[in-house]
Every structure is written in C-alpha cells, then in structure tokens.
Design a protein around this ligand. Sequence first.
Ligand code: UDP
Length: 354
Amino acid sequence: MKVVTIVGARPQFVKAAAVSRAFAAVGVNEVIVHTGQHFDHNMSQVFFDEMEIPVPKYNLDVHGLGHGAMTGRMLEGIEAVLLTEKPDAVLVYGDTNSTLAGALAAKKLLIPVAHVEAGLRSFNMAMPEEVNRILTDRISNWLFCPTDNAIANLKREGFDGFGIEVVKSGDVMQDAAIFYSERSPMRSDIVKRLRIGGGFILSTIHRQENTDTKQNIEGIVSALNQLHQEQRVIVPLHPRTKQLISKLDVKPTFEIIDPVGYFDMVELLKHCSVVLTDSGGVQKEAFFFQKPCVTMRNETEWVELVENGFNVLSGADTRSIVELTRRMLVANINFDVDLYGGGNASERIARVFS
Ligand code: UDP
C-alpha cells in the first residue's frame, strides 16, 4: 500500500520514527509530508537526523500563524500533495493542527485516514489539542488506540456504531523509547556536558494554557525557582516558552537549556530523579524510564498514570507543584506494570498496511 504520512510537530517526529521503521520493514510505500509547524533545527531536523526518519518528500513550510490560518494553509498544501500522490491511505499522529489538516484534506478527497494515538481525551474543550483529536477521530477510518482508556472513550462517544476500525495498538512512543534508549548512551554526551552527578529535576513547559496565562507561567517559574534551591532543576525550554519567560516579572533562577535532541532527552530522563512537565509525551516517557512525574496541568489524557500513582496533577499553582514534587521525590513506586503495550505498537500498525 502507498501511505502518505503527515508530520509537523516534535512529538510527531518521535512517533513517526517508530512507525516509519516498521513500515519499511514490511514494505509499505511511505511518502512523508512535513507541514513545517515546527521548524527550528533542534525542534525538527535533529530528530530526522538522529532517529533516521526518512526524509520528507514535501515540506509545506507553514508556521508562525494563528490556528485558523495555519490549519487552512496546511489543508490547502496537503490537498495538493494528495492529488499528486494518490495514496491508498493517509496517516496522522496525535493532536496538532497538522493532524487535523491532514485528516480533513484526505477525508474530503475520499482517501481513508488512519489516526495513531486515537481515543485520547482531556475533556477540556478549551485545549486546541482536544478539538483536533476529537475531530480527527471522527473522520478517521482506522483508530489506533494506545490504551484501554482510549478505547473506552471512543465507546462512550458511540464509535462502536460508526463502522470504523478501532484497534488497540499500544503506544508507539514506547517503541521509540525502547529502540533509542539502547543507543543513546553512545550517541549523547549530555550527562558529561551538563556535569550531571546526582539527581536533578527535569522539566518541560510548553502547553498553551500555561504559556499564555501569566498567572500560570509565573506560578510554574516560582515553583521551579524554589525547587532549584533544594535540587538542581534543568529545563530544556520550548522556543515559545523561552520568548515569553524573558518578559515575566518573576525571573527564572533554574537552569534553562535549549531544546535537546531525542538521544539527549532519553539520557536526561534516565538520570533525573523526577519529571515536572505539561507535555503529553514526556508524562509517558517518565513512566517508561521509571521516574515519578508531576504534571503541571489540571487534567491529563494519560489517566492510567495517575490512577496507578506514577503521576500527580499539580496545576500551575506554586505551592502545589513544590509540595507534590517533594512528595514524589520520596515516593516508593513500583513501575512494574505494562500500561502501553510493551513496545510493538508500530509493528501492529504497519501490519494493517502491508
Ligand atoms: N523532547 C525532546 N527534547 C526536548 C523536549 C522534548 O526530544 O527538549 C521530546 C520528548 O522526549 C517527547 C517529545 O519531544 O518524545 C514530546 O514532545 P512535546 O512535549 O513537544 O509535545 P507533546 O507530547 O506535549 O504533544
């Protein structure tokens, strides 16, 4: 089968790294389209280089626009590609504007759509990601769900009656974590570079609800400042957050570094003592690398992490972040549970298209 894959944002490169390898192994003819949503070298190209993702045949170079203009231009660009390539299916990942644009462009041309990481819900319709994932799920033909909770969400929304193929594939990010973590000690020198000796707190911040609300971002910065006095806090900072943080009244005193490549990120995850994040992917990766996680949001799509005590929700309140982090640092957690399928989700997905 010929499959056009749409990617555009950092988490999609990580997911595509796993699935594209599985596609190649079973002989799927894959054409990759990069929408251009993330374009900085360390938010995009580094992942293609390090993770050996096939070079995109098309780059639509759409970025730096509001949600409407960005999604609209992507829709137009992807439609033109699909008319040229005439694939048997279009594959999209996750919940970004690139995801929705890819699914919609394909659906309007009557090309079947496959959604990887389907069925996730935060139940917060103010999140652009929630809108993107609900709409994408509804117009997809194959829904590859990472968890039982994702399947249950779809059932609740009546997907049983839609004639759509719902598959519990497991999580492709776990496939990536397993594959690349075997190689990262040879490919990353970040532990040496940052002189990491003892434990440290690893944090990432980029979710719109945190970056676009002054009270939230200041609450988070204050918490990280406070924690940094107790244990080193290292933050590979998303460009959007970096721009914003320089204008705040509260000045960060913790260690800010540029976003890192995946090998560096894996080594940071392996060596840290706790993860503080508002990222979807990083919450799961904390679990893959057996690290407790404090999620600086009021809800999460990855509810099984919270239900099993691997993750706690702090919101953006300074006191709550500090207290929960202290608690997670001394928690005795047994990570010996399989929540995400064990590492062969990509193969399961690829088999459908071979
Ligand atoms: N990541 C990375 N370098 C960084 C920060 C994140 O390689 O400096 C990786 C992270 O390990 C995960 C992915 O980027 O695989 C998550 O992307 P992000 O947090 O941007 O998006 P989300 O998962 O929230 O959609």
